[in-house]
Design a protein around this ligand. Structure first.
Ligand SMILES: Cc1ncc(COP(=O)(O)O)c(C=O)c1O
Length: 380
């Protein structure tokens, strides 16, 4: 079946977080990470059927859904997982806030690397932990871990390392070697790993593959809580459904205990969409990835041609990370908004002077946004 990713879909008036930010202004929203595409037809069909049934009582996770996920992890990533290791969640941000509460004690340290998806930076404090954030190194070889600084900043109270792989916002797909070093580092310092792998199905480089860090070895599995979801892959984040994979029984008990009385069941339609997506959404994903590669190349090509901006190859995700520091703007987000493009502020990701651009939209809209961006830079 051919999917039409070029088709513009009106999202204003649907309560969209992304589109409602600029209700009465001519600003193209390219910030929060959802795409302006309809979900796969098999997902839409399953939701229609479920709605037609008309009764929306409390809903549990079916054995079928658990088995579909276990099969998928084995087939796609060669990762052997047991159904009992899965803990379903209404959201991945919920998941890593729960991890922060489940690991260590009040006042312990949680480490992560910046720039990073903003809730990584707020979850430790919300969980009465201290955040230790260590900048990634950006060089000619792209964004890499800075091992010396990580070792140097680690404390005896560092209990948890929060990893984002593939990385939002720098778009890296970490190699097995890099992930092996993360595991060694966390073993040496006795830290649990929380690995947010929500973007794992959105690998744009055809010669790269996602490796779940927990799949590297029994030791890595034993100290890792992996978080995954159909939400980014199949563009259903508004349906609130994801899962943790925790092989270590002690960690799993602590995680479930921290959820008790606070985290609600996953909603019925979220579960319906997950089953349909993981069962019948893969052809759509193949076509989506082809389309996103085209968008990524267009962004790369146009931004590279502009003086004063730096970008990096986007190996995965539909997000471009842009260094605007050489433009010496006081407020980069406001500057580009005044030319009609709404971007995410790097400051929220722990790095001033950068912007994040979401290219998960029809090419016509992306082209228009890039023209505006280019006009803005050329006025300087
Ligand atoms: C790395 C990462 N983790 C988690 C989320 C959000 O997950 P959820 O909406 O399930 O809380 C996002 C959304 O942009 C993300 O990029």
């Amino acid at each position: 079946m051919g999917y039409d990713f070029d088709k513009p879909i009106q999202r204003t008036g649907t309560g969209s977080t992304k589109w409602d930010r600029y209700p009465s202004k001519d600003i193209i929203p390219m910030w929060v990470a959802d795409m302006d595409f309809q979900a796969p037809e098999p997902v839409l069909r399953a939701l229609r059927d479920r709605i037609e049934h008309g009764v929306f009582g409390y809903t549990g996770v079916s054995e079928e859904l658990n088995n579909v996920v276990v099969d998928m992890l084995g087939r796609k990533y060669g990762w052997v997982v047991e159904p009992g290791w899965l803990v379903w969640l209404p959201g991945i941000v919920t998941g890593f806030n729960i991890v922060c509460r489940a690991v260590g004690q009040d006042g312990d340290d949680v480490m992560t690397t910046t720039p990073v998806y903003p809730p990584f930076l707020t979850a430790p404090k919300l969980s009465r932990r201290n955040l230790i954030s260590v900048p990634l190194r950006s060089g000619d070889d792209g964004w890499r871990f800075d091992w010396d600084r990580l070792d140097h900043r680690c404390t005896p109270r560092s209990r948890l390392f929060m990893l984002c792989n593939p990385h939002n916002p720098v778009g890296r797909v970490y190699s097995r070697k890099e992930l092996g070093r993360v595991v060694d580092f966390c073993m040496r310092h006795n830290m649990v790993i929380c690995s947010d792998e929500i973007h794992c199905d959105l690998i744009l480089d055809t010669d790269l593959h996602h490796t779940p860090i927990a799949s590297l070895s029994p030791e890595s599995s034993d100290r890792t809580i992996t978080l995954m979801a159909p939400s980014k892959t199949f563009n259903v984040p508004g349906l609130g459904c994801g899962f943790a994979v925790i092989s270590n029984p002690g960690l799993r008990i602590r995680f479930k205990k921290a959820m008790e009385g606070i985290v609600p069941h996953v909603n019925t339609l979220g579960l319906t969409s997950a089953l349909a997506a993981y069962t019948n959404g893969w052809d759509w994903l193949t076509e989506l990835l082809r389309y996103l590669r085209g968008n990524r190349d267009l962004v790369q090509q146009q931004l590279e041609a502009l003086p004063g901006l730096q970008t990096w190859p986007v190996e995965a995700t539909y997000l471009s990370w842009i260094d605007t520091r050489r433009l010496e703007l006081n407020r980069p987000v406001t500057f580009f908004e005044s030319f009609g493009v709404g971007l995410s502020d790097g400051k929220d990701f722990g790095t001033d002077g950068f912007l994040r651009l979401n290219f998960g939209c029809p090419r016509s809209l992306l082209t228009q946004a890039l023209e505006r961006l280019s006009r803005a830079v050329r006025t300087l």
